[in-house]
Design a protein around this ligand. Structure first.
Ligand SMILES: [Zn+2]
Ligand SMILES: [Zn+2]
Length: 1162
């Protein structure tokens, strides 16, 4: 295309044009006089953007907060540790409790700690066989022939045999698990004696290892040895406590039914047969039954052989153990009829528990009838009582029971109760005649320790909540008072005549424990459905408000404080009061029959947000007078310049599909395909343009865009769900570091290339010096980091580690702050010089790079932010950030081209319409002839509509043919075309929804391609430590935010560039510009928020879904965080723009003053 030659004539007309000529393909109006800007830019206009953004920020924040309060079950994980000296062992009359109110230090003799801890131990050793997914009916003997399944019923014959032949030595229970029924959560629950929740908000909730007090820790801390074999989930959870002799086996291969179990069997029996045993507690975790369920289903011949195998294992183990060993066999959860687990169906919750001891659990002379009577009275107190034949025991009881039986302290957070059957033997301290009295004394002693421990935990947990704490304390004191009275009455320790009193005290203690468990279940494991529904109603209202804002004509410029601010704020306040006085609650209760209880801050935030949104909608309805105008406004969202249905379908389609778990799992690839199809859409848009030069350039940029997206999609971080189908390519390696290095070198180069017309002042300093400096620091830091991770750093290179630390500590702070400082004080990217004109008659003030100075200045800011993000991102993530930055630049150029073409076409049409009718007629006839001649001379196509530009065409002769808006054709000569100025800037300021939607998908793309996924495991916590030796929460938070939210940060800060880039700014168009910036922000917020709000709603919808905690909940968390951050970032960006415009104005004023002085002097 001979574009340069084409404009030669025009450029010769005035030589001051020369500074601009290379830049633009279409003639610009050149201002010979001082530009109009700089005189009175009214910053109030920018302020008006802030109000609405602030409102959206508050509403989004409260929506997310209130939803989370109702949805996220959080339990504070306390790191306290129960030690031996908390309780001094003894009988009811001399036992000492060392709690806060009664702080006696109990001294323990180190040598006999294991013998005397809390409670006299019953068993010296324990063998624990965990058969993963052993459902209760796999263990239980079935007599009813109708219920017998040929493959899994009555296979564990040894258990049935023991229960019938040695009833004193064997116990069977239905072992009820708490959901979620996954192995890891179950093991956590079983060994801490508490309820696992999704987030155990503690010191390091990301790591899977248990930091809370647990049974395994108690065993090891008290000098006992534990030997473990089987499922390697254990190593992740308890790895710090298990010794090297443990034999973990890979648990991931679900298809493998035998190798884990065989390996256990190889090691189990030798360990049991050892003369000098190297263990006190032996744990074997079998996986075959679980894997058989996953691979086939429970009712399958493989299950038959697997259970038979387990049966013989149990038989052999029983032969090997001695009298002092307790044998425990249980399933950590059940399995559904399909063989899976994780959910809350009865089949998944009901596991089996079997206990066996050769000595016997009950004293031979015990009164069986009395015992059965006792259990009967216990039943109403217990929570689960569904099985008549066997008692139901919650799995939470395991930790406390086992701890006391082995003579260990109970883990600190335990809220389970000891299983009374296992304590049905006379107290070692007992001196009553009746054996029942001694047995009851034994239970009382164990139970009192148990209850004291629970009370101690409650006291600590509710330390800051005095009201709840006092409530528990009061009830506990009543219990203790009654027991103390009983002790007072029987000072000698004899109470044969009063055993019924002790029995009823025992039942009361158990009842207290169970009530505590029940209320903690309420707090930790029950969704507050009305509250979270209220949360997402607020979010949906926020989206409606955004749509109204975009569609309503009367925004920002004609900013109406009443409509946009006071009315919503007023409604919000009234609503808060309504909730405060309980009126809202009553209305909701009578209408929907649901009760909402609010905490004070929920009331204020939620009430205000709800009211403000409703207020905004009402004020819109009042203002728009009539349904017709509302429909028109909504139409304008869809038809904004061009047809915008495509982006709307994408936004809402993406949102609705958030309801599917596999859609969320594959969201990264879906985002990539959406972006590729956007590339096609941009090409389609290119073909809508009538100027071939614009069209060709747009197509080129679109293709580059698609290629960049494809390359960046190569890098993938796989979700667990995609194992086997995907390969993680984010790895530390030398080639990857090399690629990173190349991209670092490329970044300033591309910046310089994009800004070549504006490479003056600030951009020169920043692009030439500061940004390369920052990137070199990043290269050094990640270079050393790569070396360290790959080979480790040898002794003589240790100074490198110090260097890495200092680079991050000082360099990472100084360079970004310095760059931002330079930019904020001097955001000038144009140059002005007083030069003699060509005929030397006078001096003229020339501006270089004035047209795009706001755009380039803003881009400079974005570049500094990207540099800071690169510093805290791992090499491959940085590479992808640079690639995505380039795709952003393509989008920006494409839009600038489209805008330019649009403006030109508008001007051409105005010109054409202003021509007298006669002239038009002549032109239409004459020009087509001329054009045909011209084309045939060149031997090209003779189509007059092709608008092909012919080299060296005479600008007076060559004529363009364009389609006007009403469908007819207009003919404009080349000369006229070149003369059309940009005087009448029109609606082309408006950023179409499609570009903003594209930006929002690119935002998501950055998130996925910088080694993130919507899972908690994907967060790289090591980044928090960049530049610090000890964790500083502010810095760590800053690093993590820059890293995790790099997508929203870049995307949000990019949005104003769509408006600024290559857009001349004079006072006349300042107003529409502010308007379109604020609209663009809200459009972006809408495009990005819809899918995030839907991700939240789908998490709420699927609260009983199997994949809730692995798929929906993490996606909602990411969505929730970005929902709050997007309006916040929009606000920040607005302030940045204000700083920039202010800096530019100051500078222009200075030039103006100098200029005035010069002209006066002349
Ligand atoms: Zn399991
Ligand atoms: Zn499983």
């Amino acid at each position: 295309m001979g574009k340069k030659s084409k404009y030669q004539n025009l450029e010769n007309e005035d030589d001051n044009n020369k500074t601009i000529k290379a830049n633009y393909h279409f003639p610009q109006m050149v201002k010979m006089v001082f530009p109009e800007y700089g005189q009175t830019i009214n910053r109030k206009k920018y302020k008006n953007i802030i109000w609405f953004q602030l409102l959206i920020l508050i509403v989004m924040f409260s929506g997310v907060l209130i939803f989370s309060q109702g949805f996220l079950l959080t339990r504070r994980a306390l790191e306290n540790d129960n030690k031996c000296n908390l309780i001094k062992q003894g009988n009811l009359w001399n036992q000492k409790f060392n709690n806060i109110t009664n702080s006696i230090q109990i001294e323990y003799n180190q040598s006999n700690v294991e013998e005397t801890c809390w409670y006299p131990r019953r068993y010296k050793k324990a063998v624990i066989l965990i058969i993963d997914a052993l459902r209760f009916d796999f263990m239980n003997w079935e007599d009813d022939p109708k219920k017998i399944d040929p493959y899994y019923s009555n296979k564990l014959t040894v258990i049935h045999k023991l229960l019938t032949k040695q009833p004193n030595n064997s116990l069977q229970f239905l072992f009820k698990s708490d959901p979620p029924t996954t192995t890891m959560q179950r093991l956590k629950g079983l060994h801490t004696g508490t309820l696992p929740t999704f987030i155990d908000a503690g010191k390091n909730f990301a790591a899977e290892s248990i930091t809370e007090d647990n049974l395994i820790k108690k065993i090891v801390d008290n000098g006992k040895k534990i030997k473990f074999m089987g499922d390697d989930t254990w190593m992740g959870l308890f790895g710090d406590y298990l010794d090297e002799k443990s034999i973990p086996c890979d648990s991931l291969n679900v298809w493998d039914l035998y190798s884990v179990d065989n390996k256990i069997k190889e090691n189990l029996f030798p360990s049991l047969r050892q003369k000098e045993k190297d263990w006190d507690v032996l744990v074997a975790h079998f996986l075959g039954v679980d894997h058989c369920g996953h691979r086939y289903n429970p009712s399958n011949e493989h299950m038959d052989s697997k259970l038979n195998e387990m049966n013989s294992v149990i038989e052999n183990v029983i032969e090997e153990i001695d009298d002092d060993t307790l044998l425990v066999i249980f399933g950590d959860h059940g399995m559904s009829t399909e063989g899976d687990h994780g959910g809350e169906s009865l089949d998944e919750l009901n596991a089996g528990l079997f206990l066996y001891n050769k000595k016997g659990f009950f004293d031979e002379n015990y009164n069986k009838k009395y015992f059965e009577e006792f259990l009967k009275e216990l039943k109403p107190i217990e929570i689960e009582t569904e099985n008549e034949a066997f008692r139901t025991i919650p799995q939470i009881d395991y930790a406390s029971t086992l701890a006391l039986l082995l003579g260990l302290p109970i883990p600190f957070q335990n809220i389970g109760t000891i299983i009374p059957e296992l304590f049905w033997y006379p107290s070692p301290y007992g001196n009553n005649e009746k054996i029942e009295a001694n047995i009851l004394q034994n239970i009382m002693e164990a139970l009192r320790i148990n209850t004291f421990q629970i009370q101690n935990f409650v006291d600590t947990y509710y330390e800051s909540n005095k009201k709840t704490r006092d409530l528990y304390n009061e009830r506990y004191e009543i219990l203790e008072k009654r027991l103390n009275m009983f002790i007072e009455n029987h000072k000698e320790g004899k109470f044969d005549d009063d055993i019924e009193e002790l029995k009823s005290i025992i039942l009361e203690y158990i009842s207290y424990n169970r009530q505590t468990l029940h209320s903690f279940r309420q707090v930790w494991a029950t969704f507050n459905v009305p509250l979270f529904t209220f949360g997402f109603i607020i979010l949906i209202l926020a989206i409606i408000c955004e749509i109204i804002y975009i569609s309503s004509e009367h925004n920002v410029v004609e900013f109406n404080l009443t409509h946009h601010f006071w009315f919503p704020v007023g409604c919000g306040s009234i609503f808060t009061l309504l909730i405060d006085y309980g009126i809202f609650d009553k209305v909701v209760k009578s209408l929907f029959n649901v009760v909402i209880t609010f905490e004070p801050y929920q009331m204020i935030l939620g009430g205000f947000s709800f009211g403000a949104c409703v207020g905004y909608i009402i004020s819109y309805i009042i203002k728009s007078n009539g349904r017709k105008s509302i429909i028109n406004h909504l139409k304008s969202v869809i038809y904004d310049n061009t047809f915008e249905l495509f982006p709307l379908i994408l936004i809402f389609g993406h949102g609705f599909l958030m309801n599917s778990d596999s859609y969320i799992i594959y969201e990264d690839s879906i985002t990539q395909y959406v972006l590729q199809s956007f590339g096609i859409y941009l090409i389609y848009r290119a073909f809508l343009q009538q100027l071939p030069q614009v069209r060709n350039k747009m197509i080129t940029y679109s293709v580059i865009f698609m290629v960049l997206i494809r390359i960046s999609s190569y890098y993938d971080l796989c979700r667990v769900e995609k194992t086997g189908k995907c390969k993680t390519t984010f790895k530390t390696s030398i080639p990857n570091y090399f690629l990173f290095f190349v991209s670092l070198a490329f970044f300033p180069y591309i910046l310089k290339k994009i800004m070549k017309e504006n490479f003056h002042n600030a951009s020169k300093y920043i692009i030439k010096y500061l940004i390369p400096c920052g990137l070199i620091l990043a290269a050094i830091y990640w270079g050393i980091d790569t070396l360290e991770e790959l080979n480790g750093i040898s002794k003589n290179l240790e100074f490198l580690i110090n260097m890495k630390f200092n680079v991050a500590r000082y360099g990472y702070t100084i360079i970004p702050i310095l760059s931002l400082g330079v930019w904020a004080f001097f955001p000038i990217t144009f140059d002005s010089k007083v030069e003699p004109s060509k005929n030397m008659s006078k001096n003229i003030l020339n501006f270089y790079g004035i047209k795009n100075h706001l755009g380039s200045s803003y881009l400079l800011f974005l570049a500094i932010i990207i540099m800071s993000i690169i510093q805290v991102s791992k090499p491959i993530s940085s590479l992808n950030i640079v690639l995505c930055f380039c795709s952003f630049m393509c989008v920006m150029e494409i839009f600038a081209l489209e805008k330019e073409c649009q403006e030109l076409m508008n001007s051409a049409e105005t010109l054409w319409n202003s021509k007298p009718r006669e002239e038009k007629k002549i032109l239409l006839e004459k020009s087509s002839e001329e054009l045909l001649n011209e084309v045939s001379k060149k031997g090209g196509s003779s189509n007059p509509n092709s608008n092909a530009v012919i080299e060296n065409a005479d600008p007076n002769k060559y004529i363009y043919t364009f389609k006007t808006k009403n469908g007819s054709y207009m003919r404009i000569s080349h000369k006229e075309m070149l003369d059309i100025s940009y005087k009448n800037i029109s609606s082309s300021f408006n950023v179409p929804l499609s570009y903003v939607t594209l930006t929002s998908f690119l935002t998501l793309h950055i998130f996925f391609r910088t080694s993130h996924q919507a899972t908690l495991q994907s967060i790289d916590w090591s980044l928090a430590f960049i530049g610090q030796k000890e964790l500083n929460f502010v810095k760590a938070g800053f690093n993590l935010i820059l890293n995790i939210l790099s997508g929203p940060i870049i995307g949000c800060f990019f949005v104003p560039l769509l408006v600024f880039w290559k857009q001349e700014t004079t006072n006349n168009n300042e107003k529409p510009m502010v308007k379109s910036i604020s609209k663009a922000f809200i459009k972006y917020s809408l495009a990005y928020s819809v899918s995030q709000v839907f991700s939240i709603i789908s998490a709420g919808n699927h609260k009983r879904h199997l994949m809730l905690w692995s798929v929906f909940a993490p996606r909602y968390m990411i969505g929730g965080i970005t929902l709050c951050f997007i309006p916040l970032l929009c606000l920040v960006a607005t302030f940045i723009i204000i700083i920039m415009v202010r800096g530019v104005n100051k500078h222009l004023k200075k030039i103006e003053e100098v200029n005035n002085k010069l002209s006066i002097n002349k």
